[in-house]
Design a protein around this ligand. Sequence first.
Ligand code: PHE
Length: 487
Amino acid sequence: MAEAAILGFLQNNESIPDSGKFAAELNLDHEEVKNVIKSLQGFRYIEAKELKRETLVLTDEGKKYAAEGSPEFHFFSAVPEEGSISKDDLEKKLDASVFKIGSTQAAKKKWVAMGKQVSRKVQHVEDKVKESLLLIQQGLELDQESLNSLKTRKLIVTQGWTGYSDVKKGPSYAPKRKIFATDLTRENLQNWKEMEFKEYNFNAKGQPLDAGHLHPLLKVRKQFKDIFCQMGFEEMPTNNFVESSFWNFDALFQPQQHPARDSHDTFFLKAPSTTRELPEDYVERVKQVHESGGYGSRGYNYDWKREEANKNLLRTHTTAVSSRMLYALAKGPFTPKKYFSIDRVFRNEAVDRTHLAEFHQIEGLICDRGLTLGDLIGVLQAFFSRLGMPKLRFKPAYNPYTEPSMEIFSYHEGLEKWVEIGNSGMFRPEMLQPMGLPEDVRVIAWGLSLERPTMILYGIDNIRDLFGHKVDLDLIKRNPICRVGIE
Ligand code: PHE
């Protein structure tokens, strides 16, 4: 519509001097006219200059007075030609705002004498305010004094206006826009002599491919895997989400009354609710160490219950996998090992912006003769340096299965503070000895979540944007394939 009008007009006329007036004359929407001019200019059908000016527009109050007349005029009209009327009567007769504004303005203009009684001072008045507002509405000029008074009464405001001037034919002008073929289809190629093809744009980025996308967690997992592999670690099999309480807790010397075993923290299974088999002789040694100790320990001194150990659950940490692996290792002639795993764990927690009921745990352990706390610190230092976190601090902590235990803190350059990044320790003899590992074998181990470093690396502050049913799919699709450096 607007396009035909502009191209058609330029066929017989030199130029369109003002897009606003052009639109008004032809009853076209000026925004549409502007868009068409911009597009035709891009294809060089036409040339145009941008035009900026300030226009006056009526406020809502101004529009009301333009349509109905000013309050002072209504006020004046309500005062009788002869004699007078009481102020109270006038107030009853008129709208509250008309009375309030009208009385002040009419008095200021000396149209009326105001007292308890109100009377006319002149016989005839003209509603100049209404007339001026109508002129402005029609886009006509007005003297400065009237403009100023309308502005102070907030009946009009100035508004920026943009349009085009000097709209003329351009080098590619045609009375009608040509449609170019944009695709090399079979039909287009067969009729190529009659067709006009759009010029090839070698700078265009091309259509984004609708392909699969790697989740940030998968990318960071790969990064951790690579670090473990470079350091000579083997991956542990973590394919059993369902585990017995025995491997998840008892084998780790966690007493059966430990609060973490409570259903507040653990998802227990309804069916099958118990495990089918456990290695009986080892179970017996675990029972012993819990009840009365051994291997230099006094134990916990309570009645260890087999039923409690049999209960199936969703594993609460991948340390359950470590305990199975160490037990398996203890069966053969001893060989030192470096194991790692990265997989899902489950905790019955209230979900919030930093907690989910399921998340991923990264676990590393080294099993060798004569390892010390110094080895643990050194390995952690090497491990986290490879991640770009060389500044570490350790804080004494408690785990039922490690002694000593240390929380790991890393200095976050962006946040300018120390943040907790993991937990670590040396597995207790009460855990290792019943498995049958030689007495001088020590195991150093650490664990951390995969979500936390991923959130830090990708600048995500709500875990639910990363994982779960509220995940932001756009973030998954648009996140960079690789990141350079670590902020
Ligand atoms: N299992 C611990 C946790 O859930 C992590 C850990 C692993 C701590 C190994 C010490 C040694 O946080």
